[in-house]
Write a protein that binds this ligand. Sequence first.
Ligand SMILES: Cc1cc2nc3c(=O)[nH]c(=O)nc-3n(C[C@H](O)[C@H](O)[C@H](O)COP(=O)(O)OP(=O)(O)OC[C@H]3O[C@@H](n4cnc5c(N)ncnc54)[C@H](O)[C@@H]3O)c2cc1C
Length: 506
Amino acid sequence: MEKKKVLVIGGGLGGLSAAISLKKNPEYDITIIEKNVHLGGKLNFVEKDGFSFDLGPSIYTMPQVFDRLFTMHGKKREDYYQIQPVRPHWRNFFEDGTIIDLEPDIEGMKKPPGSLSDKDINDLRSFLSYSQELYHLSDEAYFKNQSEKMLDVAKYYNPLTFLFRSDFFSSMDQGVRKHIKNPYLIDILNFFVKYVGSSPYDAPAILNLLPFVQWEFDLWYVKGGLYNLARGLEKLIEELGITVMKNTEVVGTEKTDGRIQALKVQSSAASGNVLPFQTLSCDLVVSDMEVIPFYEKITKESDLRLKSYREKYGPACSGFALHLGVDRKYEQLRHHNFFFTKSGKKHFDYIFHQHKLTEDPTIYLVAPMKTDPGQGPAGCEVIKILPHIPVVDPDRPFTEEEYETYKGHVLDKLERMGLRDLRKHIVTEELWVPETIEQHYYSNQGSIYGVISDKRKNKGFKTPKHSEFYQNLFFVGGSVNPGGGMPMVVLSGQQVVDQIESFNKT
Ligand SMILES: Cc1cc2nc3c(=O)[nH]c(=O)nc-3n(C[C@H](O)[C@H](O)[C@H](O)COP(=O)(O)OP(=O)(O)OC[C@H]3O[C@@H](n4cnc5c(N)ncnc54)[C@H](O)[C@@H]3O)c2cc1C
């Protein structure tokens, strides 16, 4: 029997997961087409002056989702890469000198440096049981049964029960405040929105499931650096005999009658020379390129067709990713750290509504050498600084001077909050701004988490995986359900198999 030709556009985690999951069925002949030299997409890294920098993710959660990629082929994840838990989960610094560690055992948060009161701990417990309820609600309808829109949820729950149990009319922030009174804890819990690059004032309360996910499934580091996850998946892909075309960009399609018949691709040789166009015929296309950029650049849909997509499924935030090699240690840091703004409202308003760079952002800072001293020279520190910032606005891009001023504000804040003389100790650096991210991965306006989670625009739903315009086109990755972040995009790659199989039966 002739095999069905599946072309996967993009070797990010979504594309790799889809290819590995589809490979379970011997009917498919699968090729991954990746424009960059490496597999992993945003999971990327660079070595500079003896320092290793993970350019993308730093937090690994829900290990069971990744493990499935191996167990479905009778393999063990441990044979490809290892993970270890991070303690504390993260350290939170506030401008008034308060420091609170987020511990997996919340009783431990009564101890210094946080010294939370019994009432705070009881409030946190009440919040976590609410968070657990939200997780179980989503697990059934969204993660396991793949609801793609609000109407699908009605198949699993009575609408009234769902509205009540999902805290439907609240934002994340409102949901947090129903349980928590301590202002530091409110900031900390609101900032779990970082996993989806949105605002707690706009995101639906259902996303308050995120803290339960972290406490329940723990927070992990991939030994030797997060990029080892991409290396492990590449090894699995080789063993499974999946074809990979790197340095090859999909630039167009041949389509008739609402079907994509072939992809037009262009490869670059090792010398950097661009090779002639090729046409690859296909039965099915799985795009890990995000939905809006795909329709804009590859099939070139009209603005009219894309209007509702742009309104509903706009980009999550981008980031100012500053990787520093520093020739000293900062003992007060832990592996993951947050340096909080004095005004969460302003921080999020500037990113999502004003399109401005604030002078006082909340800064996420990763110091991986706390867990893994092998990431840089002895006595030194790798410091990755990642405040979220607005996506690229083509009508009003930030200038280099504006980015430089912003960098100054970020370093000032860190020095003020205890990283004394940070500037003087920088020996090497690597900066990625939203434009760099957009150019490398073709994400929508440089988004780092795919589609925004917004109560009014999309109720937290992302784009459906099956294309409305082309019968044999499916999407995976951060721009489709269940959304951005590594475990979710891996899940999208596993879920798409069911949708493809039911399509094949029609
Ligand atoms: C700085 C940063 C920090 C992050 N931190 C975390 C974290 O701590 N934890 C977490 O879970 N998540 C984190 N994320 C988010 C996470 O990285 C993403 O959600 C996830 O990796 C996205 O995977 P994807 O497959 O959807 O997209 P991508 O990784 O962007 O993959 C898409 C791939 O498609 C390729 N491509 C696009 N267009 C074409 C084309 N026309 N032809 C060929 N190839 C094409 C791209 O080159 C890319 O390789 C972070 C992201 C960034 C950038």
